[in-house]
Ligand binder design. Structure first.
Ligand SMILES: [Zn+2]
Ligand SMILES: [Zn+2]
Length: 242
């Protein structure tokens, strides 16, 4: 028995950038998914999203700005950790909202580089702390209760990195960090540069509602950190975007 819609529609989907041409529904076979509310033509932009949190890939560190992910010949290092680098003061200020939670931890861990996924979790903790109700992270699915042994082992290793990044974390913060890590494990997008090379990782709340298919009908493209989702074939009304 498929429920065509549910309480999901009562959430503030506008907040996470899902256009009016789309509907978010819960269906038993798929769980939560995004469906075409009207017929969609090929090449139509159906989602536009900025990352909730993002980090630069360790492979391109020193070539691109840590905040806007654009190339720059003259990157300015963070004076404290000397790890993150920015193309401008504006980018440094823009990133401080997220970087303040990891800067001390990164400085202490030198010369080791923190794992990008652990940094995303620490950044999510900060974003959560800013939002008392209807946190954006609540929109992200988590398979916390269904993790395989292998994934649980990876998660345990990543939690060691999260603990290193946080200064004297309380037990409640570590518990929350584990939940966020489980969400990050199934909702992190690789950010691609103009040459389609991976340059970063980010969590995009609206696009994370899309279910995965090996035969997708839409595709995510990046301009810096901004993500656009476009259809690559016509999608009939009521059909799922994948
Ligand atoms: Zn920049
Ligand atoms: Zn720093």
């Amino acid at each position: 028995m498929a429920a065509s819609s549910s309480s999901a529609s009562s959430l503030q989907w506008g907040k996470i950038g899902v256009s009016s041409q789309l509907e978010v529904r819960e269906r038993e076979a798929w769980g939560r998914g995004v469906y075409a509310a009207t017929a969609l033509s090929t090449g139509l932009e159906v989602m536009r999203a900025e990352p909730l949190v993002h980090v630069l890939s360790n492979d391109v560190r020193g070539q691109l700005c840590d905040f806007c992910l654009r190339e720059s010949q003259s990157l300015l290092k963070c004076g404290r950790c000397k790890y993150v680098r920015y193309c401008s003061k504006t980018c440094q200020r823009g990133d401080w909202r997220f970087h303040k939670g990891e800067c001390g931890g990164i400085a202490r861990a030198q010369p080791h580089s923190p794992t990008p996924l652990a940094r995303l979790v620490v950044r999510c903790l900060l974003v959560d702390a800013e939002e008392e109700t209807q946190r954006a992270t609540e929109f992200l699915c988590s398979n916390e209760d269904k993790l395989s042994l292998e994934v649980k082992e990876d998660a345990a290793t990543l939690m060691v990195c999260v603990r290193l990044l946080l200064e004297n974390p309380e037990t409640s913060a570590m518990r929350r960090a584990y939940t966020l890590l489980c969400k990050a494990l199934c909702n992190t997008f690789t950010i691609h540069g103009s040459g389609l090379d991976p340059i970063g990782a980010g969590i995009y709340v609206g696009p994370s509602l899309l279910n995965h298919s090996c035969r997708p009908n839409c595709v995510a493209v990046f301009n810096g950190t901004s993500m656009t989702v476009r259809t690559i074939e016509p999608v009939q009304q009521g059909h799922q975007l994948l």
